[in-house]
Design a protein. Structure first.
Length: 1005
């Protein structure tokens, strides 16, 4: 069923979610789809989109890539006629929209080429990106001449300052591959009160005469000149033969610190893309208008509107203090090794940081105006929503900006799979009720064609643990032929980043859909319900560190199961940040306490808001000592902040604890986590309340590298069920205890394994089975149940009866009530048929999936293909065959059925018993009941289908591979040695585990 346009970004929005078994397209993960340019074959684009849907994706994020906007070397002059917004592009855009409509999918779309940071425009447009270029010069008491940098742009300020000292500071050693890094910078200490703007005295020719005051014979003065100008930076660049239209010039980055930049983008869409047909299709199948991480460079982040905005907000002049902001206020990611050639500090206690913080806050206000203008246009004009990688790389407080788009997006690459980093991002989104927190998932450097699905799932689990609930997989490749490109075809980012998903990857049609359907069901549980979070953690920083270090540094909260995320005090001004009955944001995350760790920085204004929370009954816990001071130049000095903090500490509901003592304090206050955890590993949890279906979901993820055991104690007395995201099935939970309106569930989780428990309200139709177990031996490995008959059959394997089987009706089985089950046994005598996926003889035939041929290998042990001499450089699909007789000899025990157990699945695997597929297996703990597929009295066949990644074969021919005229081996060689070969295949042991079954008595003892 097609979904209609929707602009409601809140949890519980009235959209088509589908079901747990079959989530809707909108709820499923999508691929970032790299359109090479608008001249490629439209039929291939249509087929690629259809193929994405066939493996379980909900659609694509349509990204007109143009070789990273022309940044990666090769460009094409024809982009003048096939670039973003041209007639050719509109035809391609229609093709993509129509394909999504045809196949029941939804489409995200970049607002411009490449990262979406700009559009084709006239070069004199006031809404294009601006820069502020600094120039400086040492002067001795007076100056009479042309000011430094004259002619570089429009003069904004000419500031003089007395310099007390200078020193040269070497930059930290860095192995960053980013170009343009600097080796050192000059640090100046300026005397406070001596900064003065002389711009009004500069003549039209750039001449000025200045006589500067002196305070001592050693006084030195510097002049700092600042010029604003349009950068004309492009997010689509190429060499065109003419400049008759705006399309001949590619695409220009827009101003990201005012609404004017947004208006450049929206006007372009209205004038060049939004035909009636396009607009109709966007309303039918559109989802998010989208912008990527902000990858634009500058000297100083700037907009011409900033001086006025700054003066209105802070009450003093920005131009006077510009020397203090000329360092470290450009792109935090792309220019981390080039923050500026001169750093100016003040001889004050905060060294001028208060002015820097004020400047960054002003930037944040301008950036929010930009986001709000885009979001307002998309929601009002198209009835769609805006998604953006909010604040990424900008010198600002990320948490302050997150609420200002409909679907804020983070990414696994920059966030380094850090659960704490995701918590920093998700907190403000959860507070403001966002239904979707998106993630650009799976970009890993030097992992192209070698990125296993098990690694992808680990990254996804970490993101979900941090509050993320929508994955956009990086990415899907165009599969047709392309200029200067050999097989295996279009490879975005020159073989540098994972992944290049398409049917040219063996897993695409051989197990990938199992993983994507699993992720879809996981996302269903995380999107349909409101995320409850136990604790909010105070976090304020003027420019979010792009390395996203952990903020709360202790393990006590995680170890006890307390969930938490971070809020900036800027978020406290939002309407959702209210306290009722001692709970912060009761309609949203329902925080039970606010923690202020000693590593936080607090302002007087922030502490005043926290005092108000405490007065309303919210527990406040200050951990590890007093926090630091967040400086500002506006009457919020350290003394007033210290006084406010002292007053806070005297208030009721405010508690001080040592570092690592928060969990104990919460417990002493009888504040329990929604999901209390006891385990010998590290388990992350989420708790989602689905008010639509009257069910709450408990997600548990084992982050340890080994099998872990433990319990979760859940704040619900509802009817517990197990929801299997691999199969889509759910059933009543067998083993649990109820006490004090909570439910305790024992779990055994393999490395990277998850569990989803659901608790249904006790309503008609949700009745619990009459009996359940409250204790069980480890030999109990499975069960079947039926709500209609209240029958429960348990499966007992060979092994010790190491604890009694105790039932909720009082019945106890202290020894096995049945005959002994046959021991498990390993399968042997494997035949491996390797389907090789090789290059075509004509490497320019990039559209070819692969040239395939088979080889056969007899295996005594299931080892990696890298340990099979004839298969070291093979990529493709392995078909593993073995046989066993069923039932096994009765003299060794009985068997009513059997499970098959595989070793951990690295990439994908499917199992066939006697020619019938048994259904998806959990990659982390692959086990499936094969009883219904067995044929008694004869040999039974086992076929395990295992696809590989493509890297080992591609590596063997890497010197022959080209992308858009560039050598793959040369590109990879710039970063060192080629990545090594990877393990492929079925590695380990395959077991058949016979079991006997018996029905639990529903009558009491």
């Amino acid at each position: 069923m097609l979904v209609a346009a929707d602009s409601d970004d809140q949890v519980g929005a009235n959209i088509d979610y589908g079901t747990f078994k079959s989530p809707s397209a909108r709820v499923r993960p999508r691929f970032r789809y790299w359109l090479p340019d608008a001249a490629v074959d439209k039929a291939t684009v249509r087929d690629n989109i259809a193929s994405a849907g066939s493996v379980g994706a909900g659609g694509v994020e349509f990204l007109p890539f143009y070789n990273y906007g022309g940044e990666l070397g090769s460009t094409d002059p024809s982009w003048a006629s096939t670039g973003f917004g041209t007639e050719a592009f509109k035809e391609m855009f229609l093709t993509a929209l129509e394909a999504h409509k045809e196949f029941g999918l939804v489409m995200d779309f970049a607002l411009g080429p490449n990262q979406g940071q700009g559009v084709p425009a006239e070069t004199d447009d006031e809404g294009l990106q601006w820069d502020l270029a600094p120039f400086s010069l040492q002067v001795n008491g007076s100056f009479d001449g042309i000011i430094p940098g004259w002619g570089s742009g429009e003069l904004v300020a000419l500031v003089s300052a007395e310099v007390l000292s200078t020193q040269n500071i070497p930059m930290p050693d860095s192995s960053s591959p980013l170009p343009g890094g600097q080796k050192s910078y000059q640090q100046l200490i300026l005397r406070n009160g001596t900064l003065m703007d002389h711009a009004s005295q500069v003549s039209s020719s750039g001449h000025v005469t200045l006589h500067l005051p002196t305070t001592s014979s050693r006084s030195k003065y510097w002049l700092f000149a600042f010029y604003q100008y349009r950068t004309l930076h492009k997010n689509l660049q190429f060499n065109a033969s003419s400049s008759k239209t705006i399309f001949d010039n590619g695409s220009y980055v827009v101003d990201h610190f005012s609404s004017r930049g947004a208006r450049v983008t929206t006007r372009f869409w209205e004038n060049h893309i939004l035909t009636p047909r396009v607009e109709q299709l966007l309303r039918e199948v559109g989802n998010y208008g989208w912008e990527d991480s902000v990858e634009i460079k500058s000297n100083i982040s700037w907009s011409p509107s900033l001086p006025t905005l700054f003066k209105n907000h802070f009450g003093y002049s920005l131009t006077d203090i510009l020397p203090l902001v000329m360092f470290g206020n450009n792109n935090q990611g792309l220019q981390s090794t080039a923050p500026g050639k001169v750093q100016c500090l003040l001889d004050t206690s905060d060294m001028g940081q208060g002015h820097v913080n004020d400047f960054r806050e002003a930037l944040g206000i301008g950036y929010r105006q930009y986001l709000q203008a885009l979001t307002s246009w998309i929601t009002s004009r198209l009835d769609l929503q805006m998604s953006s990688q909010v604040s990424y790389n900008l010198p600002g407080d990320m948490e302050a900006a997150v609420p200002f788009v409909n679907a804020p997006e983070c990414e696994s690459l920059g966030f380094k799979d850090s659960v704490d980093a995701y918590r920093q991002f998700s907190g403000p989104a959860v507070l403001t009720g966002k239904r979707v927190i998106s993630n650009e998932m799976g970009a890993v450097m030097l992992e192209a064609y070698r990125y296993p699905l098990s690694r992808l799932l680990w990254s996804i689990h970490r993101a979900v643990a941090g509050g993320v609930n929508q994955m956009v997989l990086h990415g899907q490749a165009y599969t047709g032929n392309y200029s200067g490109t050999t097989w295996p075809g279009y490879t975005a980012f020159l073989y540098l980043f994972s992944e290049q998903y398409s049917h040219k990857q063996p897993a695409w049609d051989h197990g990938f859909s199992d993983a994507l359907n699993y992720v879809s069901r996981l996302q269903y549980t995380q999107q349909i319900g409101k995320l409850h979070t136990d604790v909010a953690v105070y976090n304020k920083i003027s420019a979010t560190d792009i390395d996203y270090p952990d903020i709360y540094l202790d393990n006590d909260l995680v170890n006890d199961g307390y969930t938490y995320n971070y809020l900036s005090p800027d978020n406290f001004a939002l309407p959702q940040a209210k306290v009722s009955r001692g709970v912060l944001a009761p309609e949203g995350p329902s925080y039970k306490a606010l923690v202020i760790p000693h590593v936080s920085n607090v302002s007087r204004e922030g502490i005043i808001r926290v005092q108000e929370f405490a007065r309303q009954g919210l527990p406040i816990i200050i951990s590890g000592g007093d926090p630091g001071h967040y400086a500002s130049h506006t009457a919020d000095d350290a003394i007033s902040t210290k006084k406010a903090l002292s007053d806070l500490k005297k208030m009721e509901h405010v508690h001080m604890v040592s570092a690592g003592g928060v969990a104990d304090k919460l417990a002493s206050l009888n504040i329990l986590p929604d999901i209390k955890v006891k385990t010998n590993g590290t388990w992350y949890t989420t708790w989602r309340e689905d008010k639509i279906n009257h069910v709450s979901y408990c997600f548990v993820f084992n982050n340890a590298n080994d099998l872990t055991v433990g319990t979760v104690d859940v704040a619900s007395a509802g009817v517990p069920h197990v929801f299997d995201a691999w199969t889509g099935d759910h059933r009543p939970l067998l083993l649990y205890r109820n006490s004090n309106n909570r439910t305790t569930v024992p779990l055994r989780l393999a490395a990277n394994q998850t569990a989803i428990l659901a608790f249904r309200n006790k309503r008609p139709g949700n009745a619990a089975p009459r009996i359940h177990a409250i204790q069980a031996p480890s030999a109990l490995i499975g069960y079947t149940s039926a709500n209609s008959s209240n029958e429960v059959w348990v499966h007992i394997a060979s092994g010790p009866w190491d604890s009694p089987l105790l039932l909720s009706n009082g019945r106890a089985y202290r020894s096995p009530p049945i005959k002994s089950p046959h021991p498990s046994f390993q399968l042997a005598n494997w035949t491996l048929v390797l389907e090789h996926w090789d290059a075509p003889s004509n490497l320019s035939d990039a559209a070819t999936i692969a040239v395939k041929h088979n080889t056969t290998h007899q295996l005594e042990l299931l080892v990696s293909w890298t340990e099979i001499p004839a298969a070291v450089n093979v990529s493709g699909i392995g078909y593993y065959r073995s046989n066993f007789h069923w039932p096994p000899p009765a003299s060794n025990g009985s068997a009513d059925g059997a499970y098959i157990r595989l070793p951990k699945i690295q990439h994908a695997a499917r199992v066939y018993i006697n020619g019938q597929i048994i259904g998806p297996l959990d990659f982390a703990a692959p086990q499936g009941d094969i009883s219904t597929y067995l044929r008694p009295g004869r040999e039974n066949s086992v076929l395990v289908e295992v696809p590989s990644t493509m890297w080992n074969y591609l590596r063997s021919i890497i010197d022959k591979l080209m992308f858009f005229g560039q050598s793959a081996s040369r590109t990879l060689g710039l970063l060192g040695e080629l990545p090594e070969i990877v393990d492929n295949g079925l590695i380990g042991e395959v077991e058949i585990v016979p079991y006997v079954k018996f029905r639990l008595e529903s009558r009491g003892k």
